[in-house]
Ligand binder design. Structure first.
Ligand code: SF4
Ligand code: MG
Length: 283
């Protein structure tokens, strides 16, 4: 069985020291090892943004795609080889602005992939502009007088779109983040994990301390039932979208590939495309 170190490669991340994305990378590597995956059984597909580099920093199949298009590529990979565990990843600008159309339809399609969004509430790669996740009044180079648009709530949108797995975490909480990624990868359907992942260089408002002060951990509510969609929506709205933990899971709905004709166990793609670990290591 592979250890988390086997999911490392020799590429040194060029994220700024302290960027939240380091913890997301480490959590994916630990989660993959914890659920017994081998590197040749995992694919990480990313969009564009600082966080999009993550696919190059993990020893697995990887593709650093185009802006806002991680999900169409990831869904194609999964449909071509359903034996792979597929992670799509990117930032809040990538997934909730240019890629939002794909996000909503991937959620309702419910293919068995995990989407990890590194939500720093700003555009980091392009040096600090307001994103759909920035708060009203947020001042950046693109909104010098403060943003006059309302903040987008990805958790509310995901639930409305028919999500079967919605979770949120914080890059400082490695234990929670790793266990949610494990749960997302094991969920039979589309899993959305939004991760507060601070941009230490350009976002001087939503800092580690700011998140620690504002986050509401679902552990505080032992009676909370993540199978109750209405309760999930209420809790998201009550906490201003700041709650962390497993917010909603529907274990009954079948995934897209389990329902689609032609993607049964006999699918030819399964035999044709799966490499052994030995073949993968030679790539
Ligand atoms: Fe991370 Fe921000 Fe640096 Fe990008 S600019 S690597 S998001 S800290
Ligand atoms: Mg961002």
């Amino acid at each position: 069985m592979a250890t988390f170190k086997e999911f490392r490669n020799n590429v040194k991340p060029n994220w700024c020291p302290g960027c939240g994305d380091f913890s997301v990378q480490a959590s994916i590597q630990r989660a993959a090892a914890n659920i017994g995956l081998e590197p040749h059984q995992l694919a990480v597909i990313s969009g564009i943004g600082c966080s999009g580099r993550i696919s190059g920093y993990i020893n697995a199949y990887g593709l650093h795609g185009i802006h806002g298009r991680a999900l169409p590529i990831a869904q194609g990979v999964k449909l071509a080889n359903r034996e792979l565990t597929v992670i799509a990843s990117g930032g809040d600008g990538d997934g909730f602005a240019i890629g939002m159309g794909h996000t909503v339809h991937a959620i309702r399609r419910n293919l068995d992939i995990t989407y990890i969004v590194m939500d720093n509430q700003i555009y980091g790669l392009t040096k600090g502009q307001t994103s759909p996740r920035s708060a009203e009044g947020f001042k950046t180079k693109s909104t010098p007088e403060g943003s006059i648009e309302s903040t987008l709530s990805p958790l509310e949108i995901a639930l409305s779109a028919g999500a079967t797995f919605v979770a949120q975490s914080f890059s400082s909480d490695l234990k929670q983040l790793t266990s949610l990624i494990e749960a997302g990868m094991q969920h039979k359907g589309f899993s959305l994990i939004n991760v507060f992942s601070p941009c230490v260089t350009f976002n001087k408002v939503n800092t580690y301390d700011w998140f620690k002060e504002h986050i509401v951990n679902l552990e505080q509510f032992p009676e909370y039932d993540p199978s109750n969609r209405i309760a999930a929506m209420n809790k998201i709205m009550e906490t201003g979208g700041m709650l962390t933990g497993l917010i909603y899971q529907d274990k009954n709905r079948k995934s897209y590939e389990d329902m689609a004709v032609g993607f049964g166990q006999e699918a030819l793609a399964k035999q044709d495309l799966s490499l052994s670990r030995e073949q993968f290591d030679k790539l």
